[in-house]
Ligand binder design. Structure first.
Ligand code: B12
Ligand code: SF4
Length: 547
């Protein structure tokens, strides 16, 4: 007999790669994601190991309210202690997009309210890295940060068993909410056994791209970064056996070989990579993985390349941020730009070298528009370098974002910029009126960009070399210029390729070998989104016992 029962709902909504693209034919930019909810499955795995019976309901934005009610009516039991909600992202950009997305968000918020009324004896518990993602939801408990230890105390508390639960009351608008702050009160790191164990009732398919945690936290602390665990010291990596078992299990039981690594920085330590490569070389299959990597470390340490390749880490997401030395150095990524550029070309050549038995390489680079020290000219020069030298890949450009005080107040770990900009002498603040004045003479054209600059909860920053309006204006011009980097995305990056692989339309080899275009693969189309929905309906029917 189990110690108690819980159902965790997970899932999120996808936006198209090019969020600002006018995509009238694509169901208004959003659709339910095909990605499993790693947080739900991780919590479920831990609780099962403690003796609870926990079921995950994945892809929940794809479920209709009627389907959800059918599921809960047949699954909620007398010993159901809690219904969990795993929330990865705040609604943010999605809520600002089109009527369809807004309607969907409202429907989801109302569904949770409705379920709460239907099951008043069951506690509703939300979990996310940051409180900001949870505050829209009407829940009984709000758990923030890595929550393996906190959830265990919370369930004991529900069962009136001895526990050490610390609940912090926080004020949200006109009500008080119960917050359990795992990051500070129940630190769940390091976590050498951060494995996920899927079950038959998860109906995993071999074409899926599952999430994998190789380590937790990042040893750096770049000034703009708001990841929860920064500046970690010591060994935060997974233990060999736990990794081997997870990869083997997923291969033997479900035939899965493709993964997204959730690590903040996979290549922070060469010895960690050597350890994982040894495990993976001993497997009876070759996994393929993608994730965040620091390009400067890759360039500085060619000795790590073979280990990465052998691990199957051939899809890289590089947060390059800037090729302006002053700007990059200021935020904590100070490699000389010329060295970085020539090193990146070497990395590219090495990974793509078919004659040497390699050749698999997929890259997404991301840069920030507006770091202190950056000028419009230096930014465009850097973007052009990427376009001309890293063709055939995908790119992301983000205007420097600093959450305003409302936003930063609900982050577990606001960025250094968010915490210190007011006191320091680098940033100044513009008012909304200043922005409108700047916009008058030569307005920003793209309506999506206009919404973002004028409506997003962010500091309207200015520094000696740029201000937020200049940055958005430059972005607007890049949008309109067919020759700019913005319009040269050639394929899906590591965190988007699940959209192409999960329904079996393309293979991992296609991702390495092809780019968008006539002889490559198509960008997401309405028919792809329909096949995503078929995949999701198949899962829902199985969960409802209809197949
Ligand atoms: C992978 C990833 C992505 C991928 C997601 C898709 C994919 N293919 O997986 C991509 C690249 C698309 C992405 C995009 C973005 N991301 Co992102 N991403 C991540 C990342 C690196 C891993 C998430 C993950 O799976 N972690 C592993 C699991 C095990 O951890 P977890 O989900 O946090 O679960 C733990 C806790 O949250 C909690 N928990 C989770 N569920 C539940 C449920 C219950 C009931 C309980 C009690 C607890 C609980 O316990 C779990 C175990 O400890 C995280 C950072 C990180 N290292 O976690 C950021 C992170 C989730 N992303 C973040 C952000 C801000 C974004 C963007 C908005 C960035 C941007 N400016 O565009 C976009 C948003 C996209 C969108 N749809 O709106 C933030 C979210 C902030 C927040 N929640 O407020 C994070 C936390 C990073 C950060 N700290 O800044 N992201
Ligand atoms: S930007 Fe990357 S390297 Fe820098 S602190 Fe954040 S996760 Fe670490």
């Amino acid at each position: 007999m189990s110690k108690g029962h819980m159902i965790i709902m997970g899932g999120f909504i996808e936006l198209h790669d090019n969020m600002f693209e006018q995509a009238d034919d694509l169901t208004e930019y959003w659709w339910p994601s095909l990605k499993r909810s790693a947080g739900s499955h991780r919590i479920a795995t831990v609780l099962r190991e403690e003796g609870y019976d926990v079921e995950v309901l994945d892809f929940w934005p794809a479920w209709s309210r009627l389907q959800l009610i059918q599921f809960f009516q047949t699954h909620v039991r007398e010993d159901t202690l809690a219904i969990g909600l795993s929330v990865m992202f705040p609604f943010g950009n999605i809520a600002r997009k089109g009527v369809g997305a807004k309607k969907k968000i409202l429907e989801m918020l109302q569904t949770i309210k409705f379920l709460k009324e239907l099951y008043p004896h069951v506690k509703f518990v939300g979990g996310s890295q940051n409180l900001v993602s949870l505050t829209d939801w009407d829940l009984d408990y709000y758990v923030t940060g890595y929550a393996e230890l906190a959830i265990s105390e919370l369930l004991k508390y529900f069962k009136r068993e001895f526990n050490t639960l610390k609940i912090t009351e926080r004020k949200l608008d006109h009500k008080k909410i119960n917050v359990i702050d795992s990051l500070h009160d129940y630190p769940a790191y390091p976590m050498p056994t951060a494995h996920i164990k899927y079950e038959e009732r998860d109906y995993i398919k071999p074409t899926e791209v599952l999430s994998l945690e190789l380590s937790r936290g990042c040893k750096f602390a770049c000034k703009f970064c708001a990841f929860s665990l920064l500046g970690v010291r010591g060994d935060y990596s997974r233990c060999k056996d736990s990794l081997r078992e997870e990869l083997l299990d997923n291969y033997n039981k479900w035939g899965v070989t493709n993964y997204n690594c959730t690590d903040e920085t996979i290549n922070d330590k060469p010895e960690k990579l050597a350890k994982y490569a040894e495990v993976i070389r001993s497997l009876p299959f070759q996994p393929h993985m993608g994730g965040f990597m620091r390009a400067d470390l890759l360039v500085a340490k060619p000795s790590t390349w073979q280990d990465l390749y052998d691990m199957g880490l051939r899809s890289h997401y590089y947060g390059l941020e800037s090729f302006n030395h002053e700007a990059a150095k200021y935020v904590g990524k100070g490699m000389n730009p010329d060295k970085l550029k020539s090193g990146l070309l070497e990395v590219q050549k090495w990974f793509k070298d078919k004659e040497a038995g390699r050749g698999d390489y997929n890259v997404h680079t991301s840069i920030i528009l507006g770091l202190p020290g950056e000028t419009k000219e230096s930014f465009l020069e850097g973007a052009d370098w990427l376009k001309n030298n890293f063709g055939g890949h995908s790119y992301g450009i983000s205007v420097l974002y600093m959450g305003d005080s409302t936003m930063a107040n609900f982050l577990s770990h606001p960025s250094e910029f968010e915490v210190t900009w007011r006191e320091g002498d680098v940033f100044r603040q513009l008012s909304l009126e200043d922005l409108k004045e700047l916009d008058k003479a030569d307005p920003i054209k793209d309506p999506e960009i206009r919404t973002e600059i004028f409506e997003r909860n962010q500091v309207k920053w200015e520094h000696d070399t740029m201000n937020i309006w200049d940055a958005y204006k430059t972005f607007d011009e890049m949008m309109a210029d067919p020759n700019s980097l913005k319009n040269h995305v050639s394929g899906p990056g590591p965190f988007s390729y699940h959209r192409f692989l999960t329904t079996g339309k393309y293979t991992m080899q296609d991702i390495y070998d092809n780019t968008y275009g006539e002889n490559g693969f198509e960008q997401i189309t309405d028919s792809d989104i329909n096949s995503h929905r078929e995949f999701l309906n198949d899962y829902i029917n199985k969960k409802l016992g209809k197949e």
